[in-house]
Write a protein of this length. Structure first.
Length: 219
């Protein structure tokens, strides 16, 4: 997504987007930096930039355990996610994401691109943190059991929120089961379209614009 598209997604229209040389990215992998939106101390919407792989505020070193996803089932009780769930919620903008299935023909990994109709921009529900000791700002995406329509690709899915629920998710006055209900009741993942794409995207180094192109005769 472009900087202007991110501003449009979050209705930041009080002024034009600041100048930037940021270009769309087509193949983002965990540990790389991404944009995310959260409330600042004055309750305004702030666009931040940080590592996609949560580094808890108390960590003394970069975590080796996978922390790019947080399971909705335990996001409010897990030691690493409990505090961010209470006070540091965010929205992570995108216009698609990849999942993989195993090929019956050669055992290789077949990537699929999942998007909303017309490739509309959307937001993953996420959490963020800042670690003063390490000087790292980071985020993670909340996941849930997959909707029936995409469960044949992967058994889990990132929580994609209806835009009408953005304010509720970022509102930290909403806590506990009510906050979880925002996630559970406002997912739009069942609206996703999907198609197979080329295996070039299996390498995070590949950044070609053709990452979204469907394979001929793909399902």
């Amino acid at each position: 997504m472009t900087w202007a598209e991110i501003h449009a997604l979050y209705s930041i229209h009080d002024k034009a987007p600041p100048p930037t040389n940021t270009r769309p990215r087509y193949n983002i992998a965990p540990t790389q930096d991404v944009f995310f939106a959260h409330r600042d101390k004055a309750s305004g919407l702030e666009i931040d930039y940080g590592r996609w792989w949560l580094v808890p505020f108390f960590a003394k070193e970069l975590p080796k355990a996978a922390m790019f996803n947080a399971r909705i089932e335990t996001v409010d009780t897990s030691g690493a996610y409990r505090e961010p769930f209470k006070s540091k919620r965010c929205l992570i903008p995108a216009d698609g994401y990849f999942e993989w299935t195993k090929s019956a023909e050669d055992g290789g990994k077949d990537p699929w691109l999942l998007q909303l109709p017309d490739a509309r921009p959307f937001s993953f529900a996420g959490l963020w943190a800042h670690n003063d000791k390490l000087g790292v700002t980071s985020c993670t995406i909340i996941t849930a059991p997959a909707a029936d329509s995409i469960a044949h690709i992967h058994t889990r899915m990132p929580v994609i929120l209806d835009p009408s629920s953005y304010d509720d998710w970022l509102n930290t006055d909403v806590q506990g089961s009510d906050a979880k209900a925002v996630l559970l009741d406002n997912q739009i993942d069942d609206q996703l379209d999907f198609h197979r794409v080329g295996r070039d995207v299996n390498s995070s180094r590949y950044q070609g614009e053709d990452t979204k192109m469907p394979l001929v005769n793909s399902l």
